[in-house]
Design a protein around this ligand. Structure first.
Ligand SMILES: [Zn+2]
Length: 161
């Protein structure tokens, strides 16, 4: 069994361990972040994402900026599942960071989804918005950052007119 397959089985089995569990596609999941509590004011918020990358799984929270290999996340937040994991199959060089750029080409992701994920709908002031992206540790390619900047303009011009 490949380590990615093993990690996927663990992700699938977290249905009752996390809030608002959703399997988005064969290789991606979404639920409420346990690192930050996501959220004190709206229990339906689910900003923790898990995605496949280079034969492994990685995760990222759009609320607190937590970013990690899925294996380390399981170790810290679901230790009983980590026990089940065959540690000898763990790749030493498993990618540690969620690739946010991949969301831009994901099937089924709409402009509105991106606007929500990247806080565009919440912050109309471009300077304040840029600061939030920094605070939440959002790292993107120049190309995708330009897409976001255009979305930000579009979104808030629409509001004004
Ligand atoms: Zn979080």
């Amino acid at each position: 069994m490949s380590t990615q397959h093993e990690q996927m089985l663990i992700a699938d089995s977290l249905t009752y361990d996390v809030r608002n569990f959703r399997k988005k596609t064969q290789y991606s999941w979404n639920w409420s972040c346990q690192v930050c509590g996501d959220s004190a004011t709206n229990p339906r918020k689910a900003r923790f994402w898990v995605d496949a990358k280079e034969g492994s799984l990685v995760c990222h929270c759009f609320n607190c900026g937590y970013s990690s290999s899925f294996i380390n996340y399981i170790k810290d937040y679901h230790p009983s599942h980590y026990e089940r994991f065959k540690k000898d199959t763990v790749q030493i060089n498993a990618p540690a960071h969620f690739d946010l750029d991949r969301l831009f080409t994901r099937k089924g992701i709409k402009k509105d989804d991106l606007a929500k994920l990247f806080y565009i709908d919440k912050y109309s002031d471009p300077k304040q918005w840029a600061k939030i992206l920094l605070d939440k540790k959002i790292r993107l390619s120049r190309y995708n950052l330009d897409i976001l900047i255009n979305l930000h303009k579009e979104h808030h011009e629409k509001r004004i007119s």
